[in-house]
Design a protein. Structure first.
Ligand code: SF4
Ligand code: SF4
Length: 344
């Protein structure tokens, strides 16, 4: 379904979706994040500082509560999320492409009921990039594009006073049908304008990963390279690169005990990261990734080798957030290029 939406009708479309929670980019304390939009959706943003991944995979969530009176069987109460239907406006194509990657992670071997309870309720309305929102964007190097609709339900393209709206899923069609009278049929002239806008977006220069198809084998060959330690020397293990990444998904599970008699508390999942020194620490004290080089190698190899071996696609979507956010300037594009060059 392809339609035209005049920009002054965007708020009316939002109103037509009022039985759902609407989110859009919002600037708070210098940080762009997806927040409840109220009546007005903001689409005048570069890209969000935080990706939308927390909507399906929150930073902290309770699995169940437990209570055990001494001598009796423990009482467990599962806490499956009860989430209203949500529509997220303004998702950039790199974050759209993160969605099927996260879906694979949380469906592989076993379906994660906590992830899916939220994920099934979220619809993504994307906004094509007219120009790279950051100087660190490299989506085209990793198989994406600034106008990709992969993982989205609707893709909006800004045509000046109007949006070209393309529904790319049944959910997306239903969203557009909810405001049916607000949309106009797209004409051949509109499609020609869309193609021109997309061609211009594709021609804008971006950073480049050289020969990304060769990376899985080159990374495999570089596992024992001393280069990793050199490239990671400045790393302070803050984890910002992974917490801002739309596809990083490592987590920890803890029991938070709130009472001893009876024993009670909650089992909680929280984000964790392979960049923390104790992420792989064994109870024996042995740590198989004891230096920052081994930890950088894990992050980069997971994105461009291990995920590729499992799912035949790079896990990185080229959003550039890990480059922009790293406080010491560790840059995944130059890291993979240097490792690949070294591997020959
Ligand atoms: S690895 Fe970096 S550039 Fe790639 S998706 Fe994650 S944050 Fe974005
Ligand atoms: S953001 Fe930079 S310093 Fe922090 S863990 Fe990642 S690579 Fe290391």
């Amino acid at each position: 379904m392809e339609k035209i939406l005049h920009k002054e009708r965007l708020d009316d479309w939002i109103a037509a979706l009022s039985d759902r929670e609407i989110l859009s980019p919002a600037l708070e304390d210098g940080v762009w994040a997806f927040r409840p939009a109220g009546a007005a959706v903001r689409l005048d943003y570069p890209n969000t500082t935080q990706p939308p991944k927390g909507l399906a995979f929150p930073q902290r969530e309770v699995f169940f509560s437990f209570e055990q009176v001494k001598g009796e069987a423990p009482l467990l109460r599962q806490t499956l999320p009860q989430v209203a239907q949500r529509v997220v406006f303004g998702v950039r194509p790199c974050d759209g492409r993160a969605v099927p990657r996260m879906d694979k992670v949380f469906s592989d071997h076993v379906e994660d009921p906590y992830y899916w309870a939220r994920r099934k309720q979220v619809a993504y309305v994307g906004l094509a990039c007219q120009q790279p929102p950051s100087s660190n964007c490299f989506c085209q190097s990793v198989g994406g594009s600034p106008v990709s609709s992969d993982g989205l339900d609707v893709l909006l393209t800004d045509l000046g006073e109007r949006y070209f709206a393309a529904a790319v899923s049944e959910t997306g069609k239903a969203l557009m049908m909810a405001g049916e009278s607000l949309f106009e049929a797209a004409t051949d002239a509109d499609r020609a304008q869309l193609q021109g806008a997309h061609a211009a977006a594709l021609a804008r220069p971006q950073r480049a990963v050289r020969d990304p198809d060769a990376l899985p084998s080159k990374l495999k060959a570089s596992f024992d390279s001393p280069l990793w330690e050199e490239l990671a020397r400045a790393c302070i293990g803050c984890g910002i690169c992974t917490f801002l990444c739309p596809t990083c998904h490592c987590f920890d599970i803890n029991d938070e005990v709130t009472g001893a008699a009876p024993l009670k508390g909650k089992r909680v999942r929280t984000w964790d990261t392979c960049q923390f020194p104790d992420f792989t620490m064994h109870t024996s004290g042995h740590n198989p990734r004891e230096n920052s080089g081994a930890r950088l190698r894990q992050r980069v190899s997971h994105k461009f080798q291990y995920f590729h071996e499992n799912f035949a696609m790079h896990q990185c979507t080229g959003c550039g957030r890990c480059v922009t956010g790293c406080p010491v300037g560790i840059d995944i594009v130059s890291v993979v290029n240097k490792v690949a060059e070294h591997a020959g």
